[in-house]
Design a binder for this molecule. Sequence first.
Ligand code: 8YV
Length: 326
Amino acid sequence: MTRRILVFREISADQLDSLRADFEVDYLPHVTDADDPAFMDALSRAHGLVGASLKITPALLDQAPQLEAIASISVGYDNYPVDELTRRGILLCNTPDVLTETTADTGFLLIMSTARRAIELAELIKQGKWTESIGKSHFGTDVHGKTLGMVGMGRIGAAIARRGALGFGMKILYAKASPKPALDAELGAQHRELDQLLEEADIVCVTVPLTEETEKLIGAAEFARMKAGAIFVNVARGKVVDEAAMIAALKDGTLHAAGLDVFEKEPLPADSPLPHMANVVALPHIGSATHETRTAMAQRAIDNIRLALSGQRPLSPVNADDLNDG
Ligand code: 8YV
């Protein structure tokens, strides 16, 4: 029996052709709502899912009686009910490693563009307001030589820290991660408790995964603990931050500036003040969004789903060991 795969995120024509050579493929790359009738119809027949950014719920899984495996085109998997998938014997895979460097580039892009006010000052030219040499009121903040506090020090966090230490001579602190002796040796990084890191860092960059423990990890109290003039960068998930508290801190000066690639609600609601605040750089979740990396992520997901549906261990499973233990 030919297995059926539902692909709900754009992949290349070659990648789609390669899947269609061996599977029946329903290709719905622009689905934004899991209640979409075409999505639900294809889901009812699917043995495998390939895609990202949709909230997968137990109720939705009830509509997928033949589902054996999900290959997410993402490293984050907070939108999947992992324990429920494991209970149902459904294998979940993600795409770590292939996106690490690109996402770290995005993190440092936000650090630099926020500190040096690049987006705000580029607008000055567009608005015809560059009428004299830039003065003190438009000065930014240096990044080189400053203290970078990483909240989370996994693959992406370490890659951002490496850019800071080796490229910009920054002192590296890290929290919400186990001590990393190898990184301490390579980068001169120092482990801190979160509160201490917030008090010491000139730039705070969040990369932790969204879990029950990290939801709203950074709120009013944490922003108040940060240094005057400190910069906050989030390339993790929007819900790791109390967004209302961040907006208040940005407005009252508790927080000097923020560089954000992720938000509590995505796409960002039209009435959000964040894109209109001079001390905010807001990007539309472009962390891994390059041609090269998104192609590589899709290929990793395709490789994962092929292996999973043939009864082999995928390249990057999330819950394979738990399934085996079950
Ligand atoms: C993805 C991400 O682009 O991989 C992740 O977890 O947040 C981004 O790299 C996005 O989740 C959907 O593909």
